[in-house]
Design a protein around this ligand. Structure first.
Ligand code: PLP
Length: 398
């Protein structure tokens, strides 16, 4: 990982550091940087090849099925907005109040927003009941999309994606996975999980070059109006204003000159992760996470936020509050005096964060919890020394 010596980055969930593999791939391609899909010269041909190869490699990494599309976007927010725009007419959407705003706000009026569940089992039962109800109400046939996170950006807790996919499909619905936080931490395979769509962000996956992906079923994407209208998305344009034949395939939604360096950087990280021992990486992260959570639990004024049980599976993200202390002030103090970067606020998941703050107050019996929280998040490159530094700093700040 690239980084700055002395700075302790515990904010991977917001934006992870740049992987050496991503930086190297970009440096190697830069002399050849040229137009994609638009030129006959050697630079352009190499750039086009690199872009399409990146699409292939990212798709392989995500485990796409034959016939799925891999559309490059700017980030997860962009990917989910694209999917929202590609919903068939009359489609209904089911999601949870526990989602990041990126998976809460793009969906159309009439979307069913299920309450934050208390357990993974509750989540599955809630989706089952909601789909049964929707099927009854819609006379059976309307397309339905269930859309959920793989891992919460507030608590790190993993959602029961495979079970939700089974339930969705049993009711003839599709399921989209917001994998912004899951993909950097655990293996993700669209085919094995049997989800229909996956959205990820490069900058959370160690490839901070302004790239994201929506991967999944081709039919809705090919039938939808282009997400952006313009060059690259067309097969032909006539003289009349609306005389245009739009392309099928991922290009339909990628009008304009694409983000070649972002795609190549992301593909390089995907290749590096595919070659790595991901079980070992996961085990290392889990050990650090346990160290962090048990260290926080040992601090008398610190209260963790959580949706599910304390021992529910989770990735390397922990949100917490220091009772009696304003979270923004604590974060500023950590930055200024301890060179520790973490996040404070409601983490672009306001409904969830507010609910969890209220639940933390009830659970802890403390009446002096602040109205916003702190979040520490780790990943590749994180160390026990960094975790210990945060624990030491918090202990001193208290
Ligand atoms: C779970 C989740 N979904 C979506 C997003 C949005 O990602 P981006 O800002 O890269 O679009 C985030 C970002 O924090 C996230 O944590």
């Amino acid at each position: 990982m690239l980084g700055v010596p002395g700075q302790v980055n515990l904010d991977y969930a917001a934006t992870a550091p740049c992987a050496r593999a991503a930086a190297d791939a970009v440096a190697e391609l830069l002399p050849w940087y040229g137009s994609v899909h638009r030129g006959a010269g050697a630079l352009s041909r190499r750039s086009t090849l690199a872009y399409e190869r990146a699409r292939q490699d990212v798709g392989d990494f995500l485990g796409v099925r034959a016939g799925d599309h891999v559309v490059f976007t700017r980030n997860t927010t962009d990917a989910l907005n694209l999917l929202a725009r590609a919903l068939p007419p009359g489609a209904r959407v089911v999601t949870f109040a526990a989602e990041h705003h990126a998976n809460l706000l793009p969906w159309p009026a009439g979307t069913v927003r299920l309450p934050v569940p208390g357990s993974a089992g509750d989540a599955v039962r809630a989706v089952d009941a909601a789909l049964r109800e929707l099927r009854r109400g819609s006379g059976g046939g309307a397309p339905i999309l269930v859309t959920v996170t793989g891992a919460s950006n507030v608590t790190g807790e993993c959602w029961p994606v495979a079970e939700l996919a089974r339930v969705a499909h049993r009711h003839g619905a599709r399921i989209a996975l917001d994998a912004a936080q899951l993909a950097p931490h655990a293996e993700l395979d669209i085919t094995a999980l049997a989800v229909d769509y996956v959205a990820v962000s490069g900058h959370k996956l160690y490839a901070p070059f302004g790239i994201g992906v929506l991967a999944g079923r081709a039919d809705w994407l090919d039938a939808a109006p282009p997400y952006l209208a313009g060059g690259g998305a067309t097969l032909g344009v006539g003289a009349a204003t609306h005389d245009v034949r739009w392309a099928d395939g991922p290009g339909r939604h990628e009008a304009g000159t694409p983000n070649l360096l972002g795609a190549v950087a992301l593909a390089a990280v995907c290749a590096a992760l595919s070659e790595a021992d991901r079980d070992a990486l996961y085990a290392h992260e889990q050990a650090l996470l346990t160290r962090l959570r048990s260290g926080l639990a040992a601090l008398p004024d610190v209260v963790e936020l959580r949706t599910f049980d304390a021992d529910a599976p989770r990735v390397g993200i922990v949100s917490f509050v220091v009772a009696g202390r304003d979270s923004a002030t604590v974060a500023a103090d950590l930055a200024q005096h301890w060179q520790i970067g973490l996040r404070d606020g409601l983490f672009c998941a306001h409904p969830l964060a507010r609910r969890l703050l209220a639940e933390a107050a009830t659970r802890s019996g403390r009446r002096d919890l602040p109205p916003t929280a702190l979040r520490a998040s780790i990943g590749l490159g994180s160390t026990a020394a960094q975790v210990d530094r945060l624990l030491t700093a918090l202990s001193a700040i208290r």
